[in-house]
Ligand binder design. Sequence first.
Ligand SMILES: Nc1ncnc2c1ncn2[C@@H]1O[C@H](COP(=O)(O)OP(=O)(O)O)[C@@H](O)[C@H]1O
Ligand SMILES: [Mg+2]
Length: 459
Amino acid sequence: MRQKFSTWLRGIPLRWRLTAWYVFLLALILAGFSAFIYFNMSRSLKQGLDAVLFSQGEQVLSSLDNENGLLRLDPELPLLPGTYFGIYDAGGKVLDTNMPGDLAAGFQVKGFTAMQPTTVEIKGVEWRILLVPVKEKGQQPCWVLVVRPVEEAEGPLDRLLLFILIAIPMTLVMAAGGGIFLARRALQPIDEIAAKARQISATDLSRRLDLPHGNDEVGHLVATLDEMLDRLDRAFQRQRQFTADASHELRTPLAVIRSEAEAALKRPHSPEEYRQALKVIRDQAIWMGNLVAKLLILARSDEQQEKLEREILNLADLVEGVTAEFQGMAEAKGLELVKVIKENVNIYGDQTRLTQLLANLLDNAIKYTPAGKVVVSLERLGKWALLVIKDTGVGIPPEHLPHIFERFYRVNKARSRAEGGFGLGLSICEWIVRAHNGKIEVESSVGQGTAFKVWLPAS
Ligand SMILES: Nc1ncnc2c1ncn2[C@@H]1O[C@H](COP(=O)(O)OP(=O)(O)O)[C@@H](O)[C@H]1O
Ligand SMILES: [Mg+2]
């Protein structure tokens, strides 16, 4: 039910909903405000009426005359128009009055409380009355009643009510009109954005909303959407490039395999020649296998499918172990492989991935270092584990530095390929480090060497 209501509500255009809320709130405020004024005015009018009653009562009392033991009122007494009085004996009989007809008899003075203004209704007319007891020496006790019509206080009140009942709906109608106008004006840019966005499809992500925008909410929305399109565009381009590069990389070994097989099939060969051909084919297959494995890692990491299997690891042990495995490769090239492991550093990470990270970096360092040494160091700096792989190799020219973490990026394509590289190693490293909430940096100078610094959160 509630669900249905909110679905229904969301089906109504925003400008109507905004206006409805606005008018509703305004109605509440106006109603509260009017009620406050109405009740205050009502109270002060009644108080005013009572004050008049008291002062008229005093006048009546002060001009009472005692004629032969009978109370009479001075006929010249200047009472306010609308003020009536009645003098009653202790039994409630009317002694003197200026009320028309038998109105005076209608007031049953016995039931009233003395000195306390009260409202009574007689034949559909409301009266405000004040009853004063009179008791003087040598004279029978009697009552003086002063009366004014309640209408006097209610007339202005009724007029106020009428005004409120007309003015509030009129104000609300005008406010609704203004609200619709303002909401439409404020929301119009959103319609424009929607219309523009509808024209942009996946195939032409290079287009932008390109709407003039200020420094307001709508402006921010336009800017944010344009930025999002920028990112999507770049991601799409990267993906396209990636596919193209991957296909291109696979084409070469496939061509080699095919030509090798065709040559072998063309005419009979010696077993040794066949062996040779098969070896070439196997090597190409291995190479392709490696490439496909790396592509798979990257593709899965893009889809966030490649989950880390994290555990508490002793990073020092891991570095120790992986480095030892590269000792042979370094020695074969005549390089010195040095470990500077300062202390045990534990981190919460994926052993396989971190091994891969270190192996990729060590592989690069040894591959791109013709002579000299490679130093692997590990230390703890505050909350971070800092792993540095520093070599004395060929270095990376500054113009290439910003790109080396890109997929298939190689400074020297021919050389890298000769070494069996695809240009994917560093992009995988970058993903592994990012997945561990760390960061990877590179410093390099041509001919001097390169240092890769990996910061990983220690635990
Ligand atoms: N230690 C290093 N010294 C010099 N150049 C390096 C080093 N590490 C990486 N590079 C450069 O960065 C490029 C990208 O590295 P990587 O992604 O591992 O690809 P690959 O090793 O397959 O060539 C390499 O082709 C190389 O030009
Ligand atoms: Mg590499």
